[in-house]
Write a protein that binds this ligand. Structure first.
Ligand code: ISL
Ligand code: CA
Length: 549
């Protein structure tokens, strides 16, 4: 496998609104990030992925952009951004931005022009269709509920929005839209940014038939109808040829609907499209028939299977990304491990996994201290548009949101959006002002300051694990093979190359497990119980990494 920096990098994702508030208005901002750059560097991070900071009316917290070349007022100014960029580069780190070009904000000048008349120059920047039988052009549903079409009285047509009504989809069939995107990307590269995470890039090419939904199961409709449209690869190859290929940058495409079958089409080394994708095969495993807010338990066997299949598919041909959560999903320790009595061990176990797999690891802010889900009591404590729409839809069905709030406690996106817990002081050191969203009340127990002082903290475990990966390129490039795939509690795998071999054993359960594969010559290197020994009698949430001699 060809050696390149982005394969060897460890990425840290920042959700600016919830990271650190420097001017004390209750909202995280760019100067707040600058204050914490030494902290991020101290973890051993190579690349920061910054969620959107562009001008936006914040219907979807910055994923609705009204100006791609300016900074959101609440986050600071372009001068602040330039300082951030400089501060990151000075510390030997890189920065990737979020590129949200499946849709813009309805307050973008393009859309304002587009909706003003049928014959204006920007009409075809978006997707407009006449209605059918007095209703929308088809029965497509939006990701966050309701029809994906919005009627506009002025020109008497509907526009497509796969997300909220304030996020109209751009029309990539229009070559002018493609060249606008090229120019935006070039603008940021010329400023010095080191790459992009591309939001819902799997959705940019629409199937021209616009036929009705093919399945009542929304996931299936996404995969077979919304995603991987006929021209997506042509669009990405053009972007690559015109802009990406001219810079030493990294790209990671986000993709609902990017299944095993499609992965290599995006990231195959011969494809000249993207470096990596985020697929969601392990992100939808615990959603029942009713979708996101109908959670079901996940099975470890299935979870391992997802990682095994993807690794096998990409091996030698493309590169993977390893992540367990982000700003759209529950906290990883609450979702895939345990946030009760074993929380600290469980968080370290997940760190052991994230940082020992083949593929570039992505750490979401707060996971490095083991932050957990939050259970707000009242629907009015929630801020996320997806969650608010869910409450609205319940009310529309004459149901009481309070009877369903437990689903939001489990799955809601705000779980990952409570402010970063820096200290046990006022507002967890996030801000002097009441934050835009409530804190998780557990901040007196879970915070950076406390964990800095404790050598056995989750935070210091992350530091050790990151250093361990850096010292051992075998963990980056070496082969991967999982053993005992049908074991329901243990995830165990080997990583090896010509010179080294490691064995990772992770007990994903509250029970003690006597795990007995026949492997000799084990030398214990990394562990999350201070009195760990070389045997494989695995205590609850115990993690061990061995050298195999
Ligand atoms: O969060 C999800 C479902 O609850 C995902 O399906 C998510 O909507 C999807 O992965 C796309 O996410 C990205 O684009 C959205 C934005 O709201 C998310 O924050 C972003 O990560 C629209 O831009
Ligand atoms: Ca602020």
């Amino acid at each position: 496998m060809k050696r390149v920096w982005w394969k060897e990098s460890i990425v840290y994702q920042i959700y600016p609104r919830s990271f650190n508030d420097a001017n004390n208005d209750g909202i995280g901002d760019i100067p707040g990030i600058i204050e914490k750059l030494d902290y991020i560097a101290s973890l051993g991070i190579d690349v920061i992925w910054l969620c959107p900071v562009y001008k936006s009316p914040n219907d979807d917290n910055g994923y609705d952009i009204s100006d791609y070349r300016n900074i959101m007022d609440e986050f600071g100014s372009m001068a602040d951004f330039d300082l951030l960029l400089e501060g990151i580069h000075e510390r030997g780190m890189k920065i990737i931005m979020d590129l949200v070009v499946n849709h813009s904000s309805d307050e973008h000048a393009w859309f304002e022009a587009s909706k003003s008349s049928k014959d204006n120059l920007y009409r075809d920047y978006y997707i407009w269709k006449p209605g059918k039988n007095g209703g929308p052009p088809n029965d497509w549903e939006a990701f966050f509920g309701g029809s994906a079409w919005q009627y506009d009285e002025k020109t008497e047509e509907y526009y497509l929005h796969l997300f909220t009504t304030k996020q109209p989809d751009l029309n990539w069939e229009n070559p002018k839209v493609q060249s606008e995107v090229n120019d935006i990307v070039k603008y940021w590269f010329d400023k010095g940014v080191d790459g992009f995470r591309m939001d819902v890039i799997s959705l940019i090419s629409k199937r021209p038939e616009y036929s009705d939904m093919i399945s009542p199961v929304f996931e299936e409709t996404i995969a077979k109808q919304y995603a991987n449209g006929p021209r997506v690869h042509e669009f990405l190859r053009n972007l690559n040829k015109e802009v990406l290929s001219k810079y030493d940058i990294m790209t990671v495409g986000e993709g609902p609907g990017i299944t095993l079958e499609h992965g290599l089409d995006y990231v195959g080394e011969d494809r000249e499209e993207l470096n990596m994708v985020f697929h969601f095969d392990h992100m939808f495993m615990d959603m029942g028939e009713g979708g996101k807010f109908d959670p079901i338990p996940y099975s470890l066997v299935e979870f391992k299977n997802v990682f095994n299949q993807w690794d096998e598919k990409l091996a030698g041909k493309g590169w993977g990304s390893i992540f367990l959560g982000n700003h759209d999903f529950p906290r990883i320790v609450s979702r895939f491990a345990s946030d009760q009595e074993h929380r600290i061990k469980a968080a370290k176990l997940l760190a052991s996994m994230l940082l020992s797999m083949r593929g570039t690891p992505y750490i979401y802010q707060g996971d490095e201290i083991g932050m957990t889900n939050v259970a707000f009591e009242s629907p009015s404590d929630y801020r996320d548009i997806e969650t608010l729409n869910y409450f609205k839809s319940l009310e529309a069905d004459n149901k009481n949101p309070l009877d369903y709030i437990h689903n939001v406690h489990k799955m809601g996106r705000d779980n990952a959006r409570t402010p970063m817990q820096w200290t046990d002081g006022k507002n967890a050191g996030f801000s002097e002002q009441t934050p835009w969203i409530n804190l998780n009340p557990n901040f007196p127990d879970i915070n950076v300051e406390d964990q800095e002082r404790n050598t056995e903290s989750v935070l210091n475990f992350y530091r050790r694990m990151i250093q361990f990966r850096k010292d051992n390129p075998t963990l980056v490039y070496g082969d991967y093979e999982s053993i005992e795939n049908n074991h329901e509690q243990i995830y165990a795998y080997r990583r090896w190359d010509e010179t080294n071999e490691y064995l990772v054993v992770l007990n994903f359960s509250d029970q003690e497990v006597d795990f007995n594969p026949i492997i000799t010559g084990l030398e214990l290197l990394i562990y999350n119980y201070s009195d760990a020994t070389e045997d494989l009698l695995m205590r609850p949430w115990e993690a061990k990494i061995f050298r195999v001699n």
